[in-house]
Structures are given as C-alpha cells and as structure tokens.
Design a protein around this ligand. Structure first.
Ligand SMILES: Nc1ncnc2c1ncn2[C@@H]1O[C@H](COP(=O)(O)OP(=O)(O)OP(=O)(O)O)[C@@H](O)[C@H]1O
Length: 255
C-alpha cells in the first residue's frame, strides 16, 4: 500500500537538525499498523508528510506502486488529526458531508444515503441532526472517524484519535473499532502513546526512536488472532509484547 524509504525531514531551512532521519517502513493493504514513540520524536510530522501536507527533505514514498510527491498524495489519503475538528455550527450529517463537498465525487443523494447507513452501523442514527456540542467525547470521535471514512480513501492516518478520551470511553471505542474492523476493508496507520491500545488494535507496531544514535524504527509483529477483544490483554503473548515494548520505549527515552 505504502512504502517509505530512507525518509528525512527538517523544519530548519539550513537542514542542520533533522526531526526524521533515514526512516523506512511499509504498510500492506488491509493492515492496521501503529506507530509509537517518545513525545516529540516526529510521529505527527511523519503523518503530515504521508498525507501530503509537507514534502520530505530526502527519501522516497512509494504509494500505489509508484514513487509519489506530496501533491499526488494530498487529498487521496485520509488524515484524522488529534482533535475531532467537527464544525460546531453544522449538524452531524452536515459535518459528515464535508469530504463530499470538497471532492463532489458522487451525487449528494447517494452520499447522504451512504452516511446514513454508516451512522446506523456506528450506532449514531439518532444524532444525525444533533450539533457537536450536544455529543459525548466518544460520539464526537466516532463521527470524526466516520467523516474520515466518507473520503473513500483506502489508507487512513489516525493521529491519536482516542488520546483525549477517559479510560472507560476509550475502552468502549476499542470494543467498537475491533468489532467494526473486519468489515471495513481499510488500511490504517495509527499513532498512539498507549501500548495496550497499540497491541489490541494492530497487526504490526513500529517504535520510532527519534534518536540519531539508535535505529530510527523497530518493528514488532502482534501475534494475536482476530477478531480481537479486551480479554486478550491477559494473554501471555500480549503481556510479553507489552513488556518488550515498554522496555524498548524506555531505552529510547534514556538514550
Ligand atoms: N512547525 C514546526 N516548526 C518547527 N519545529 C516543529 C514544528 N512542528 C513540530 N516541530 C518539532 O518537531 C518535533 C517533532 O514533532 P511532532 O509533533 O511530529 O512529534 P510527535 O512525536 O508527534 O509528538 P507527540 O507525541 O508529543 O504528539 C518536535 O521537536 C517539535 O517541537
């Protein structure tokens, strides 16, 4: 689906300090891949480059089997930032229509009917005419996720979508997303600081070191069957991986 090769990025025009340095990773069709790493190591910067909002300083992004530029990716890869960014003056339905207003890629009636089906499936049919301030945090995140799906893009970049939710709502969101995942036929790249969330949701996890002296990326395979459920948190494979990730994450902090 996407392959990132030796990617580097610097905010500094003199390029003295690189936020990302020779970083490589791959995501296959239909995979759920999480990116974890210490705060400030460049996870959101990486997502902005993949989404086409910034051009890398060096390196190549192979997307849809060809070398790509920011312009070819922009608007074709769905990006859900940390805040839900729902427009407060628009109803749920009108917020979900936003991606269609930009692309106009099918008829409005067809899009509304597709959104209504998704609202039904997401358990949100009754709030179609509600405004964002009338919804709970979990509902707002579900609407923002639905709006990201409406773009129709196969690759979705989700930047800490559950980071601001309380522990119980977050757990409900995990249950909801793992239940939904098998029928979605999407490819997801997901940023999180929550190791349990990363293990429960992902097929693979990349740990970004953010350090010039360490390997920029370490890969971990999550060897747990699907469908996933929260009781897997006690599976010995889950516990072993959690311990391993925690240790490696701590190592990157203390390097
Ligand atoms: N527009 C900018 N100009 C200059 N430096 C920036 C800019 N945006 C981010 N940075 C710096 O780049 C580094 C990486 O930031 P980024 O937000 O990508 O990290 P992150 O890993 O996503 O962090 P967190 O986990 O805390 O969200 C940080 O040191 C940050 O201060």
């Amino acid at each position: 689906m996407i392959s990132i090769n030796d990617l580097s990025y610097s905010f500094d025009p003199q390029r003295k300090y690189s936020v990302l340095s020779e970083l490589s990773m791959k995501v296959k069709h239909g995979e759920f891949v999480s990116v974890i790493g210490p705060s400030g190591c460049g996870k959101s910067t990486l997502f902005k480059i993949i989404a086409g909002l910034s051009e890398p300083t060096n390196g190549d992004i192979i997307w849809q089997e060809a070398s790509s530029t920011a312009t070819t990716r922009l608007g074709n890869i769905a990006y859900m930032p940390q805040q839900d960014l729902l427009l407060p003056w628009r109803t749920v339905l009108d917020n979900c229509l936003l991606p269609w207003e930009v692309t106009q890629n099918r008829s409005k009636a067809e899009t509304i009917s597709m959104i209504r089906e998704m609202l039904e499936r997401f358990g949100l049919a009754e709030v179609e005419q509600a405004y964002p301030n009338e919804l709970s945090g979990g509902m707002r995140q579900r609407i923002a996720f639905l709006r990201t799906l409406v773009t129709g893009a196969e690759l979705m970049l989700l930047d800490e979508p559950f980071g601001a939710l309380d522990a119980i709502t977050k757990r409900e969101m995990h249950k909801w997303l793992t239940g939904l995942w098998d029928g979605l036929a999407k490819t997801v790249l997901f940023i999180t600081h929550d190791l349990e969330e990363a293990i429960l949701l992902s097929d693979r996890i990349y740990l970004m070191s953010g350090s010039q002296s360490k390997a920029p990326m370490q890969e971990f395979i999550v060897d747990l069957p699907r469908p996933r459920h929260s009781a897997m948190n006690y599976d010995p494979r889950f516990l072993k991986l959690r311990e391993d990730l925690e240790r490696r994450l701590y190592d990157t902090h203390t390097s």
